[in-house]
Design a protein around this ligand. Structure first.
Ligand SMILES: CC(C)(COP(=O)(O)OP(=O)(O)OC[C@H]1O[C@@H](n2cnc3c(N)ncnc32)[C@H](O)[C@@H]1OP(=O)(O)O)[C@@H](O)C(=O)NCCC(=O)NCCS
Length: 169
C-alpha cells in the first residue's frame, strides 16, 4: 500500500486519536501517553510538533491517500550526540502488515540524511517487538546489541535492542 510522510495538520487530530486509542500500540511505546487518548490530546501533540524547534524535531504524519494513519519522528539528541537522532513510529492497527512501516521508515531516514546534518539514526524497540525489528532490518539498520533489562513496561522488565543506521554518502 502506497504511503507518504508529510507535516502534521491540525485536522489530523481525530485520526491520530483513533490510532493511539489502542493498548496494542501504546504497549510498544514509552510511557507518558494518556490512555484513553482524546482528540484534545492529539490536537495538543500536533500543535507542539508544529511549533517545535525545526533543527531538533522532525515529526511527520504517515498518510495513505492523505489520511493520517500513523506517526513517525526523528528527535535530535544533545551534547556530544547532537549529530544523532532517535526514530520512533506507530501505525494504526487496520493498516498493519501492508509494508507501510518499512516504507515510512525508509522515507523518513532518507529525508533526515538529505536535509539535516544528522549522521546516525537509532531505534530502541523492545527485543520482543518482531515487527519493528523486522522493519529496521529491512531498511538497513544494524542491530548493535541487546540492552539487557533496560526497561520496565507495564511492570515487566524487558530487554531492548539497539539498532543504528549510518549515513554512508
Ligand atoms: C511495528 C509496526 C510499526 C509495524 O508496522 P507495519 O506497517 O505492520 O510493518 P510492515 O507491514 O512494514 O512489516 C514489516 C515486516 O514485519 C513483519 N511483521 C509485521 N507484523 C509482524 C508481527 N506481528 N510479527 C512478526 N512479524 C511481523 C512483516 O511480515 C514485514 O516483513 P515482510 O515484509 O518480510 O513480511 C506496527 O505494528 C505498530 O505500529 N506497532 C505498535 C507500535 C510500535 O511497535 N512501534 C515501534 C516501536 S519501536
Amino acid at each position: 500500500m502506497d504511503c507518504k510522510i508529510r507535516e502534521w495538520q491540525i485536522e489530523d487530530a481525530e485520526n491520530l486519536a483513533l490510532t493511539l486509542n489502542n493498548k496494542k500500540i501504546q504497549d510498544n511505546l514509552r510511557d507518558g501517553l494518556p490512555y484513553p487518548y482524546t482528540v484534545k490530546n492529539a490536537e495538543e501533540y500536533i500543535t507542539s510538533m508544529l511549533s517545535a524547534d525545526k533543527d531538533t524535531t522532525y515529526a511527520f504524519a504517515i498518510t495513505v491517500n492523505d489520511k493520517a494513519i500513523g506517526s513517525i519522528g526523528v528527535f535530535r539528541c544533545n551534547n556530544i550526540h547532537f549529530r544523532t537522532g532517535e526514530i520512533g513510529y506507530y501505525i494504526a492497527e487496520p493498516y498493519w502488515g501492508k509494508g507501510i512501516g518499512v516504507s515510512a521508515v525508509k522515507q523518513t531516514c532518507r529525508y533526515i540524511f538529505e536535509h539535516t546534518d544528522i549522521i546516525r539514526i537509532f531505534a530502541e524497540p523492545f527485543a520482543y517487538n518482531t515487527a519493528s525489528c523486522c522493519i529496521l532490518e529491512k531498511v538497513g539498520f544494524q542491530c548493535e546489541g541487546i540492552l539487557r533489562k533496560n526497561a520496565v513496561k507495564n511492570g515487566v522488565v524487558l530487554d531492548i535492542k539497539m539498532y543504528g543506521l549510518i549515513k554512508e554518502y
